[in-house]
Design a protein. Sequence first.
Length: 370
Amino acid sequence: MITTAKDLQALIDRARKADAIALDTEFIWERTYYPKLGLIQLGLSDEECFLIDPCALDDLSPLGQLLADPAVVKIFHDAPQDLSILRMATEHNPKNIFDTRLAAGFGGLSSTLSLADLLQFLLDIKLEKNETRTNWLKRPLSRAQEEYAKNDVRYLRAMRVLLQARVLPEAQPWLAAELARFDSPDNYIGIDDTKRYTKIKGSSGLNCRSLSVLQELCTWRETEARKQNKPRGHIIKDNVLLNIAKDLLRDPQAIQNCGEISAKSVNSYGKKIIQLVNLGMEKPEEECPPLLRRVTLNKKEKAAFTNLLNYIRLKSDVNGIHPPLIGNKNELMRFVKNSSPSTSRQKKGWRNEFLAEMKAKSTSTHDLND
């Protein structure tokens, strides 16, 4: 276990001389807004795996320098959450990331496989998951806990080599482009506070005025949760915000009766909530957020959608990639309706290239309104 600044610097000096290293994190994220980092695993090889103790180290900047070093490949499995946590802990932006979960999707496998399932498929090694309930902030860790943690990075270097060999030449630049997206924190730190309202279940049924109110409420709650370092739901639950926005509630008693909210919370936040409701209601209609209606297709568009799915499935099979990587159902329905924004994934980069032939064919046959 690396617990001193001297030992950490020595390990990082070694790691920066390697072509690639494996990384993982263990954390607790139940009663706080920010995850509490409990352990960092670093693998130089299958024989040399180290545990870095963030609970004992005040300064993780040497690790940050390794993360930001573009000369060293950093291998993760399902990278986004780890990248977000390590970026916050080290105040450095990670560069040159390889994600084995993502790479599997370009190597003829599912892009949603767990580490255990992918490891068993590639190396026929069964990864025991008997420490999943470990409190990673508690010390000392047992030998079993330490070995469990090390195994999460022990085989990542070998898995990277095997996955690279599985990716067909046509798909290699696509994988490279997708991995390069991890160089920008915007692609893994989550959505902007002002867009948080789009994640509230039931928001698609609101009119523009109620959406404006919900946007104000959710943006405020995000700031409040961050300030208090509490989960969003510990400030006010989603369904309460939805009910307030739906019925445009501006009375403390009505707010208290609208869902799972205590009198204490109404006393603490009631005036602010009413202020935000008024703010959302007073916003000019042209400044209100757009409706979140579900995409619906007419008969002609449904036929075009079926053709698009068949095209993606067949071309994905030929190129050995997992079809969902092209886009989810909602994205592809918008693509068919030609209602995708210019910033959509399907209109940029390798996905645009992937769909180019279909777009040209559809345009000539008028299957798509593109």
